[in-house]
Design a protein around this ligand. Structure first.
Ligand SMILES: [Zn+2]
Length: 264
């Protein structure tokens, strides 16, 4: 409902303005009384909406058209490395980003955060992601830790990223032949899970510090299967929203993540 000229200036006689004001208030009251339960359900406390949102206190996206694929690290920042295969995380994440884009095909506008071996600051990645509405951000990484740990992990923070994170973790776990001591799905405030104003998830595709998993990750065939599973999870999220991903987590209120709490 729009009454843009009510109360705007002196060209409308005062009594007329008052009359329209009352009419407007009456209409509002009528709408509120008729539609209160429905409106309450749709709008509060978690509105289903698309586009940018500072907090992400809303259900996960559906029908989005843009997928921003972030290859972790790059350039001077090699990320983790494998003592077993000698491979560097920055090269594997770029390879995965390109495979995910190819697997997504033409159904999405897929954007690579970086398409070569260049260093991009985390805050710049956030700023670039925030240039897009109606989009999701998936950041690809590989992990490092004690040699016994293996298996994928998925990080999210925003409520609107939970369903997507559940889907991505499930997808990677189905491809992974074994998991041991890995954290699985984790809610953590990172710069790439808290600061973007679009649904955003950070994936760890496995532990490069685990010799067996490092050898697996070194296989292009394994990376292709991982990428195909990730792309399928993204497609399912776009088609079905959060359906089948369990209850939404509670909204959290916390300031943007800073360099000092960088953990990725
Ligand atoms: Zn990383």
């Amino acid at each position: 409902m729009s009454l843009p000229w009510v109360g705007r200036g002196g060209s409308i006689p005062r009594m007329t303005r008052l009359l329209y004001s009352f009419l407007g208030l009456g209409l509002l009251a009528l709408l509120a009384s008729c539609a209160a339960p429905q409106v309450a359900q749709q709008v509060a406390p978690l509105a289903a909406s698309r586009g940018r949102d500072y907090w992400g206190h809303r259900p996960g996206p559906r029908g989005f058209t843009t997928v921003i694929i972030d290859a972790g690290h790059g350039g001077k920042d090699s990320g983790a490395g494998s003592r077993t295969t000698g491979q560097q995380e920055k090269n594997l994440t770029l390879d995965m980003a390109k495979r995910i884009r190819a697997e997504l095909g033409g159904g999405f506008n897929s954007i690579l955060m970086r398409s070569d071996d260049t260093f991009v600051e985390l805050d710049d990645r956030v700023a670039r992601a925030n240039q897009h509405g109606d989009a999701i951000l998936v950041s690809m990484h590989f992990n490092s830790g004690p040699p016994s740990l293996c298996g994928p992990e998925t990080y999210y923070w925003r409520v609107d990223s939970h369903g997507l994170a559940v889907r991505l973790q499930r997808a990677m776990a189905q491809v992974s032949p074994g998991q041991s001591g890995n954290r699985g799905l984790v809610r953590r405030r990172l710069r790439l899970t808290r600061n973007p104003e679009i649904p955003c998830v950070l994936m760890e595709g496995g532990y490069l510090s685990n010799p067996a998993e490092a050898r697996l990750i070194a296989s292009p065939d394994y990376r292709q299967r991982l990428a195909a599973a990730i792309a399928a999870a993204i497609r399912t999220q776009a088609a079905s929203g959060d359906a089948g991903t369990g209850p939404l987590p509670p909204p959290l209120t916390a300031p943007p993540s800073r360099a000092s709490d960088k953990r990725e």
